[in-house]
Ligand binder design. Structure first.
Ligand code: IMP
Ligand code: MG
Length: 175
């Protein structure tokens, strides 16, 4: 498997993040949100998004969750137990790379509410257009894409290709 056609260029990603940053800033004006990045996929998106936001008080936190094995979702979310009580009473914005089956983000949102978060919202860079297995809605979505496996800008295939600057479609290698 290898990164193929470019789906989104650096310029497209950058421009869209600027818009998301404006909208998110308007929403949280006067509040002190925590941006909770889902590692590792949201690494670059989180870093660029927080800097596109214009608010006096923003905090950053991370949670490391995994559900994928290769290009398949396993359905089991690992890592939720690491979330502490620090989310209690907070306005939490979950930041993730991609909404696919919806299992990861619905499990995370549920857990945050149980931990006493005052408000939980979701921002994803990408959303696959297929019907989510679990109904979960992103409050902010960068781009809706077809149901295909993509890599780059934080998204990986078995640990590889995260550092690509564009988002590309993973293709079978032609030999
Ligand atoms: P969900 O629980 O099925 O919504 O899975 C979401 C997680 O799976 C994302 O946070 C990604 O880490 C990973 N994922 C889903 N689709 C892709 C893809 O096309 N490329 C890379 N990672 C993906
Ligand atoms: Mg992820």
């Amino acid at each position: 498997m290898t990164p193929g056609r470019i789906l989104l260029t650096q310029a497209q990603i950058r421009a869209r993040i600027r818009q998301l940053g404006k909208s998110i800033s308007r929403h949280y004006r006067g509040k002190r949100p925590v941006f909770l990045g889902v590692m590792n996929g949201a690494l670059f998106f989180l870093a660029d998004l927080v800097r596109a936001v214009d608010l006096d008080h923003v905090e950053i936190s991370c949670v490391r969750l995994a559900s994928y094995s290769g290009t398949e979702s396993t359905g089991k979310i690992r890592g939720l137990d690491a979330l502490g009580k620090s989310m209690s009473g907070r306005h939490v914005l979950i930041v993730d790379d991609i909404l696919d089956t919806g299992r990861t983000l619905s499990a995370l949102a549920e857990r945050l509410k149980k931990l006493g978060a005052a408000d939980v919202k979701i921002c994803v860079l990408l959303e696959k257009r297929r019907t989510h297995e679990i109904p979960v809605r992103a409050d902010w979505t960068g781009f809706k894409i077809a149901d295909q496996f993509v890599v780059g800008y934080g998204l990986d295939y078995e640990g590889r290709y995260r550092t690509l600057k564009q988002i590309r479609i993973l293709e079978k290698q032609v030999v």
